[in-house]
Design a protein around this ligand. Structure first.
Ligand SMILES: [Fe+2]
Length: 179
């Protein structure tokens, strides 16, 4: 935090960090290229002089960014409306929403430039492989719960509040594209 503030103050000085337009554009392009090199990343935009890179993921390949945002928006609105009636842990909710599709890294392989279901993917869909990845990194069971039950496999389970919100946000940003 202190470093961030110092950095912002230093950068705000008149004349500080002035660079040629060409160098500036090149730097932004480089940032976007690096971000784009990741599997499943569609478009990238470097903004705020390269301090932030917005990444648009390909909806059918990796976790849907829209679902993440929807989860947060729904949770916030519910908190406003229901106050203490419903407890929502935003940390678990956001971590879970971001990671629900992490198992797709195992579920799919790239063959001749195309994504195909991997051998592991035929045996374990991404909610299962996602939990195994999350557990490997020691993530809390609350986050693993959201990953495990976010998709149809979770329909028979008893989802907690965070998992219910993420599940619906995920499907409302997915099902309409199939309608
Ligand atoms: Fe999923």
């Amino acid at each position: 935090m202190i470093v961030e503030i110092a950095d912002a103050m230093s950068g705000a000085r008149p004349g500080a960090r002035r660079e040629s337009v060409e160098g500036y554009v090149k730097r932004l392009q480089k940032l976007e290229e690096v971000a784009k090199s990741f599997e499943g990343v569609g478009r990238t935009y470097a903004i705020q002089a390269g301090r932030e890179v917005r990444v648009i993921v390909e909806h059918d390949k990796v976790s849907d960014a829209l679902a993440d945002q929807l989860s947060v928006d729904i949770a916030k609105r519910m908190k406003e409306n229901f106050k203490d009636e419903i407890k929502i842990d935003m940390d678990f909710l956001i971590a879970g929403a971001i990671l629900i599709d992490i198992g797709k890294l195992i579920e799919y392989d790239k063959v001749d430039g195309k994504l195909v279901t991997s051998k592991a993917g035929h045996l374990l869909r991404h909610p299962f492989s996602g939990v195994s990845i999350a557990d490997r990194f020691g993530l809390p069971y609350e986050v693993q719960h959201i990953i495990a039950y976010h998709a149809k496999e979770g329909d028979l389970a008893k989802r907690n509040v965070e998992a219910i919100i993420v599940h619906h946000a995920d499907f409302v940003s997915f099902d309409p594209f199939k309608a």
